[in-house]
Design a protein around this ligand. Structure first.
Ligand SMILES: Cc1cc2nc3c(=O)[nH]c(=O)nc-3n(C[C@H](O)[C@H](O)[C@H](O)COP(=O)(O)O)c2cc1C
Length: 280
């Protein structure tokens, strides 16, 4: 004890009369110095950022006061954007907390959880292992004049016609990237489209790829498409990305000069069919 300060270390307990607190480090969930506190008598975990969620509370404080329907998606959006890079530290923290009997979770973000504790913990467990939650496809594309968008629509239509219902389309200029990342965490396939832009990818498409790379997303099925006017560069960047991510490329990616001609139309339909076939 020094100047009324007590430095607590990993696993130590602190008795405050009738209350006893126990402390565990959870580094990089999602800051280096994170420590969680367990109230042993009441079985309450003050979990810092772990088990946090976005989404408004809309007047409630406890989970039992709130319509939670939107909360699970918001929890995944929070996880994928804020914690997503730190899958291994989350796994380590979960292993450490495994032995605790938890009846209440007080995270720094979101409602106080008093029920669905197992559900909350298991969602963090699945996401931190980068396991897709559902079979489905995210199609994210950038487009200035509509050429690449037309391809995106054609591929989506073909995937749908081949029996896959879970298809989410994002125009990267319109969807906030936090929603796109969240959907990438949810589904097992990602198809990305871009025009060639100053010999590179469309900037917001490149930004999305960078965000995915930063977070080290694992095990997604991947494909891509693009258009150009004089010298296409999309194939080069997308194939390099797939290699860096160690992701499987599905079907034959399509790159077309300006608007889709008959051959590219057929190729996009075939690509959609290949993706659907892989998912079934
Ligand atoms: C700002 C800008 C930069 C471009 N840079 C290239 C380029 O480096 N190489 C190329 O072949 N086409 C380039 N293009 C042409 C587009 O890639 C081409 O028109 C493409 O089909 C546009 O797709 P979109 O209709 O989906 O926007 C560029 C177009 C714009 C507007």
């Amino acid at each position: 004890m020094d100047c009324n300060k007590l430095q607590i270390k990993e696993g130590e307990t602190l008795s405050l009369g009738k209350n006893e607190l126990q402390f565990f480090m959870a580094p990089m969930v999602h800051w280096p110095e994170v420590m969680v506190t367990y109230h042993t008598n009441e079985k309450v975990l003050f979990s810092a950022d772990a088990f946090g969620t976005w989404g408004t509370l809309d007047g409630g404080i406890f989970d039992t006061d709130i319509n939670l329907d939107h909360m699970w998606d918001e929890m995944r959006r929070y996880y994928s954007n804020i914690v997503g890079k730190y899958g291994n530290p989350v796994q380590k923290a979960l292993a450490k907390l495994k032995g605790l009997e938890i009846e209440v979770i007080c995270s720094t973000h979101g409602p106080i959880w008093t029920k669905d504790i197992d559900k909350v913990v298991s969602k963090y467990d699945v996401w931190s292992r980068y396991e897709p939650v559902e079979t489905g496809v995210v199609i994210a594309y950038g487009s200035m004049y509509g050429n690449t968008e037309e391809m995106a629509e054609t591929i989506a239509n073909s995937i749908s016609e081949n029996g896959i219902k879970n298809i989410v389309m994002h125009d990267v200029s319109k969807s906030h990237s936090s929603y796109i990342l969240s959907d990438i965490w949810k589904y097992n396939a990602l198809v990305v489209g871009s025009p060639t832009y100053s010999n590179q990818l469309f900037p917001l498409v490149q930004a999305l790829l960078d965000q995915i790379k930063t977070r080290g997303v694992k095990n997604r099925l991947f494909s891509y498409f693009g258009t150009y006017a004089w010298a296409g560069a999309t194939h080069r960047y997308f194939s390099q990305f797939a290699e860096e991510m160690n992701w499987e490329v599905v079907g034959n990616p399509v790159e077309e000069k300006m608007r889709m001609g008959d051959q590219a139309l057929k190729d996009c339909i075939d690509l959609g069919a290949a993706i659907a076939g892989k998912l079934k």
